[in-house]
Write a protein that binds this ligand. Sequence first.
Ligand code: F0G
Length: 355
Amino acid sequence: SRQWRGVIREYADRLDVTDATPIVTLGEGGTPLLPAPALSRRTGADVWVKFEGMNPTGSFKDRGMTMAVTKAVEAGAKVVICASTGNTSASAAAYATHAGIQAAVLVPEGKIAMGKLSQAIAHNGRLIQVQGNFDDCLDIARDLAANYPVHLVNSVNNDRIEGQKTAAFEVVEVLGDAPDFHFIPVGNAGNYTAYTRGYREDIAAGNATRLPRMFGFQAAGSAPIVRGEPVKNPETVASAIRIGNPASWELALAARDETDGYFGAIEDPKILEAQRILSAEVGIFVEPASAISVAGLLERAEAGVIPKGARVVLTVTGHGLKDPQWALRDPATGAEFAPTVVPAEVSEVASVLGL
Ligand code: F0G
């Protein structure tokens, strides 16, 4: 056995790198694909969870960021820039500082989770809180990258999509082929696009025989693709996907058509219920945006769209520890999960536990 070498080295023959490329890696990728018996029982499908919270900064963004920062350094960049709802900024700051360059990150003021804010600061990012939403931040970042010597590392940069496609390779390696369905959260729709590309390339490489049906989900208060028009003031507890004008909109529609896919919207209470089911019944703790994959599966199974025994993969994109406040209440009742306080006596603890 040996140490996993990060997605660029593991998949060098399937990415645009050479022996001279200065690889910037924190060991991303190689994340667990876990069976989820509780979800299989609830849906009748054969459900697996790709746990992307296990990446170095706790989200799938690291797969794209290793590639984007590597190519930025190869091109001589000294500063990378991104707009972010939090995870991209955490990842950009970590990879940039590891490479010895600067990351400038633009985030919507007051709208990103505390864990992610802490990461951007901890990794020495130049953190700028913009008095606007994510879509405003992305407009500014794109404008700066077009007019100043800063290298854009949002998913409009194809290097990001290239790195992220490796998650599909890993799924196929574990399952032996593509699944029947792949469920995934959608913000800018970059990851939806990346998985579709990865599966398509796996068919061309002879590793897979088919594409999965790609099922993407947006929060109901932030569902431009489902509604067919941009949302001016997107709102949702799933702050990571609070995006009103997705950057990869057209690519995502093409990927949906190619895969006989689907885009759906999920109300916030259903997202939080799904987060609780995944943490309390399966043992996987994810942030709200990630739980929308689970909510989407439960909703589509209920609608009768998922045949019994169908093989289903859910990508859960970010770790629950990034945004833990939602786990402290019961989503069904709104009641706080109150800790039980006892005197420091064995008998008291035994009594509480009914022993
Ligand atoms: N899940 C999480 C946890 C995310 O952080 C994001 C995007 C998505 C899903 C959606 O992925 O944009 O490729 O459709 N977060 C970006 C960010 C916008 O800035 O961290 P997508």
